[in-house]
Design a protein around this ligand. Structure first.
Ligand code: SF4
Length: 348
């Protein structure tokens, strides 16, 4: 199917152009957009506010609405739920919903596989298949919302690097944020990147009010490149320059994500190096526990070490949060997506 004809890929303005070109009234576009994004319609015939004739005309012109196929759903004892979706052509992705007392946060994927080569991440060992279309990105939200109800936060922290699929990701942010669709507030949307300097500056110019999270994991270029293959191309000096520029343009705080790996990056000196690196930057730090998976020899930091690291950052006045294990039994935690797939297990 030609994704150019997929109405789920289109912004409201683009659907208005299509409707006008087909000789109809512009306001019909809003029905189409809302049925797809607010009511999770997967078929033109579900848009019952359109006349039968106009629905037939749209389909006759080759327009359609794509839909992810839900293949599996797994639930952890802690309430975390992982969905396995199949894309057109057969590639697969995972999405994870984390539920707390007052909110539901969905972690979505933006690529089938990932080219960034983080050694602590199961997804990096899978073959990179392709970028997701905007429709495939937003449909993860639609499908999960149709299953469990309203989603409060969406984080692009699943499979793939969002800034490596820039156009589809920025388009999906605008669609998820649109008042006629899911209407998820920009401050409830987070992009997480391993840190591609030029794309960070470009993203600042999008004037989207969404959160930006940067995977840091080390303040030393050599060690960071060992942990994240992509960091070889993007030294910290360039990355920090890009973040300063991003903040000049957006005036927005940036979150630094730091995966705590025993004996690798979790000493007091490592914590003090973060304080030095972030001097003058409006930043907070999110410490995450390393989540083990077969084929990766790392171990998580001990809880005492984790706490000591956390305390050093807090005492220096850096707002720090901790993300503890969620969804471990179903391999739904950070860095574990894809770890149950036959393709992954064949490689270890
Ligand atoms: S951690 Fe993220 S950027 Fe790194 S390989 Fe995994 S999915 Fe890609």
């Amino acid at each position: 199917m030609n994704s150019e004809k997929d109405l789920k890929n289109k912004t409201l303005e683009e659907i208005e152009d299509i409707v006008l070109e087909l000789g109809s009234k512009k306001y019909l576009a809003k029905y189409i957009f809302s049925f797809i994004h607010a009511k999770s319609a997967d078929n033109i015939d579900e848009i019952t506010t359109l006349s039968k004739d106009f629905r037939t005309k749209l389909a006759g012109e080759g327009f359609y609405i794509s839909a992810l196929k839900t293949v599996e759903k797994h639930t952890d004892d802690d309430g975390t739920v992982k969905y396995l979706f199949e894309l057109a052509g057969g590639a697969r992705i995972e999405s994870v919903i984390l539920t707390s007392k007052d909110r539901k946060t969905l972690c979505i994927s933006c690529q089938a596989g990932c080219r960034m080569g983080c050694v602590f991440c199961a997804t990096a060992r899978l073959k990179f298949r392709r970028n997701l279309t905007c429709a495939e990105i937003v449909d993860q939200v639609n499908k999960v919302a149709a299953d469990i109800g309203e989603i409060n936060n969406v984080v692009y922290m699943g499979m793939g690097e969002p800034l490596d699929n820039y156009d589809e990701v920025t388009r999906s942010l605008r669609i998820l944020n649109h008042h006629a669709g899911k209407n998820i507030g920009a401050r409830h949307l987070t992009i997480s990147t391993c840190g591609i300097p030029d794309q960070i500056i470009r993203f600042a110019d999008e004037k989207l009010q969404v959160h930006l999270a940067i995977s840091l994991h080390s303040t030393n270029d050599r060690k960071r490149a060992e942990l994240m293959g992509a960091a070889r191309k993007y030294p910290l000096k360039k990355l920090m320059q890009a973040i300063r520029k991003y903040q000049e343009i957006t005036n927005r705080r940036v979150m630094f994500v730091y995966c705590m790996i025993k004996g690798v990056n979790d000493t007091d000196a490592n914590a003090r190096a973060i304080i030095k690196l972030l001097k003058g930057i409006n930043a907070n730090v999110n410490l995450i526990e390393y989540n083990p998976h077969p084929g990766c020899h790392f171990e998580p930091s001990t809880s005492d070490r984790f706490q000591a690291f956390f305390d050093i950052l807090m005492q220096a006045g850096i707002e720090t949060t901790a993300r503890y294990k969620r969804g471990q039994s179903i391999k739904a935690a950070c860095g574990q997506l894809g770890a149950t797939w036959p393709e992954y297990n064949a490689k270890i």
